[in-house]
Design a binder for this molecule. Structure first.
Ligand code: HEM
Length: 450
């Protein structure tokens, strides 16, 4: 099986599929329901097929073997590919946009602050913020949208991770962030008009820059940087002793907010939904928390006493991966599994699809025990469990996300209960993030027994 380009590549057939209408291709069918779109074609063509979506000829892949091929081809025969709107709104200088050597260099500069051990610095602040927010939820009385509540809590946690103790106007930045990300998946982009989400997003991006620039300048004047992501960005030096420019730091801060916020909100909200829908899992997770109730101040070690909670989180990430897929572009004509992938075509990997294929057994069932040491389905084959992607672009913030979700869920399980409002629409919106359409409305209160 040859996965590399060769002189004979041009003689190979393209993957099976259709391209739809000129210019728009099959984008509208895809956007309506990516899952149905993929399932219809899988039934017809098998695991490899092509289409034209979002302005590019795209090859859809999903097996663990295909993931290996994609992740090991990063910056060799495949490079990162973002939509026009996202590239424009994220700017060119953040780690998620860089390719090749520049990408590897930035990853190496940022990685120390994202390592598991480094998370010890943030556990205390995450716990404090989460405790305050959850107590406020319980005091609300009546029905609330869990997703909207999680958003506010996760945004404050993200700002502490990035800016540490530096004072930030969180409601103002959050409003700008919502307008900014609201334009990233606007089908009307690049129309930059006052009323288009993309136009609003460009103005919000500028306002975020205007707000953050003096804050970052002031931090740059400090003789010693606090241990937070901004401090790490200000402190790094390249091989010539040069720091990152102010503009690069602004782009990088925005990338961290973009990559880390909605993903964590999606995972946490969906976990709350799944726990509410699976009382047996909820009770087991509560029992585990009762067994370690003596640990009232969390640290990284105490989170190790909650193996079932980790199984629940992993299963949540498998069952509803917050990131539905990511795109790569072929830098030359390629061969994959006997098909030609022409230079400039796009390849899509999809955690959602991979998580529904063997070796997972009964993948449509929410079953945290599949991650138990006895069953360990995720260990049966590499590249089977990919909620955080893989290879050189694997999620930089995965340790932070896992610690954050563990703390929030441990507190929820110990002290609170939430009852989903009957009759609401729990089906998942397809894009940009899979969240229950009805907003996950619930009555939230302190547990009487707690
Ligand atoms: C449950 C939460 C999260 C999920 C499911 C998630 C998922 C992912 C995935 C799938 C990728 C790879 C995208 C690709 O292949 O192109 C990624 C990349 C990334 N994530 Fe996360 N993420 C989460 C939380 C976070 C957090 C909290 C942060 C930062 C604070 C973060 C920062 C990043 C960055 C910077 C990248 C780009 C890495 C690069 O291009 O080298 N993520 N994430």
């Amino acid at each position: 099986m040859n996965h590399q380009p060769s002189p004979s590549t041009s003689a190979l057939p393209l993957p099976p599929g259709t391209f739809g209408l000129p210019i728009v291709g099959e984008t509208f069918e895809f956007i309506q329901s990516p899952n149905d779109f993929v399932n219809r074609r899988r039934a017809k063509y098998g695991e490899i097929f092509c289409s034209n979506i979002l302005g590019a000829n795209t090859v859809f892949l999903g097996t663990p073997e295909a993931n290996r091929w994609i992740f090991s081809g990063e910056n060799k025969y495949l490079v990162n590919k973002w939509s026009y709107a996202i590239s424009r709104l994220l700017g060119a200088q953040g780690v998620a946009m860089l390719v090749g050597e520049a990408h590897a260099k930035r990853r190496a500069q940022l990685s120390p602050h994202f390592k598991h051990d480094a998370m010890a610095e943030f556990v205390g602040s995450i716990q404090k913020i989460a405790e305050r927010h959850l107590e406020n939820w319980a005091n609300l009385g009546g029905e609330t949208s869990i997703i909207e509540r999680v958003r506010l809590m996760a945004f404050e946690i993200a700002t502490v991770f990035i800016f540490g103790a530096t004072p930030i106007d969180i409601p103002y930045l959050n409003r700008l962030f919502r307008d900014w990300t609201g334009g990233m998946f606007d089908p009307l982009a690049p129309l930059n008009l006052p009323f288009t989400p993309f136009g609003r997003a460009l103005r919000a991006k500028q306002a975020m820059f205007d707000y953050l620039e003096p804050i970052i300048r002031k931090r740059m004047e400090l003789a010693e940087q606090p241990f937070d992501i901004l401090g790490s960005m200000i402190s790094v030096r390249d091989e010539n002793g040069q720091p990152l420019s102010l503009e690069t730091i602004l782009h990088e801060v925005q990338v961290q907010l973009f990559a880390g916020h909605d993903t964590t909100v999606t995972a946490t909200s969906n976990l709350m939904m799944l726990l509410a829908l699976h009382p047996d899992v909820l009770e087991r997770a509560r029992a585990e928390q009762s067994a370690c109730a003596h640990i009232t101040t969390f640290d990284l070690d105490s989170l190790k006493h909650m193996p079932y909670l980790e199984q629940v989180i992993n299963e949540g990430l498998r069952f509803i991966p917050p990131v539905n897929g990511a795109f790569r572009m072929a830098v030359e004509d390629l061969e994959y599994e006997g098909y030609r992938i022409p230079k400039g075509w796009v390849v899509l990997y999809s955690p959602n699809r991979t998580h529904a294929l063997p070796p997972w057994t009964e993948p449509q069932t929410f079953d945290p025990d599949r991650f138990s040491p006895e069953r360990a389905e995720h260990k049966q084959k590499p590249f089977t469990f990919i909620p955080f992607g893989g290879g050189p672009r694997m999620c930089l913030g995965r340790n932070f996300a896992m610690v954050e979700m563990s703390i929030i869920l441990a507190l929820l399980l110990r002290h609170y209960e939430w009852e989903l409002t009957p009759g609401q629409d729990l089906s998942l919106s397809p894009l940009p993030f899979p969240l229950p359409r009805g907003g996950l409305r619930a009555h939230f209160r302190r547990r009487l027994s707690a």
